[in-house]
Design a protein around this ligand. Sequence first.
Ligand code: PBG
Length: 324
Amino acid sequence: MIQFDRHRRLRTTPALRDLVRENRVTRDDLIMPVFIVEDLKGKREISSMPGVYQFGLDTILSEIKAITELGIKAIILFGLPSHKDDVGTGAWADDGIVQQATRKIKAAYPDLIIIADTCLCEYTSTGHCGVVDENGYVLNDESLKLIVKTAVSQTKAGADIIAPSNAMDGFVAAIRQGLDEAGFVNTPIMSYAVKYASSFYGPFRDAANSAPEFGDRKSYQMDPANRLDALREVASDEKEGADMVMVKPSMAFGDIMRDVREQTLLPLVAYNVSGEYSMVKAAAANGWIDEAKIVDEILTGMKRAGADLIITYFAKDVAARLVK
Ligand code: PBG
């Protein structure tokens, strides 16, 4: 008799396969990105992201209603101001678009968790995530001051979680201090700790009107070729007081997700970014792939890699399937 293992025993029927499934995505894991536009009436589809819309203040509550009815518990809010300037004043204005939207959503849906993406690139005329000097260099410490003001202003408006994404060194320490001094000791920071300078953000820059006017983000976001750099970023953010850490993008970075999972005890967030969404949509529109099955496989893969939470433009679609 030859000896071998019968792995197929546990794969015999659907019920048995369900019983031994190791990873699954639940509605509790999903965070839906929402784009709010200051001078927009109604809603507008993003051409490079079919099925994803920008909303005006007049239509935002109907979208939030749909999201909450699907059982999604958290959104991440991105704002597009009607006016940009050198330093991104609109990001921390009390009547800034994210602040207005946050107050409006909180009043109607107090239980929904509002995560504020805390960055300047949508608000600066340069399209960079901080203040730029005469050589086109994004200044770290000067930009930190502005990101702190933004975080405090967003929290005052009602944001439940601050998610800094501008990739300056020390942003977690600076924001933690700023929030504590303003009395918000209980507001968590979800750090975009591992944020690569990725071409997968292309469609987002249409959605958020935030492409850099010159140069690129490579002096502040990470080189996709690097792994140890990611682990250093996580170590720093953890030391500085981050409550959750993120890896972004996700599909080409499963190894990093796993490495970060092994390194930290903090909740880990995967960002399934715009380009990853658009690729799936384009292939599905051509009839080349089964969209629902592919999306489930991609998101389950992120859970398997170690993610606890997933920010994804597919959140509503996935939640709708899970409701059944
Ligand atoms: C802001 C920000 C970006 C994304 C999230 N926050 C763009 C960037 O860094 O250029 C990208 C999200 C996506 O592609 O879905 N800095």
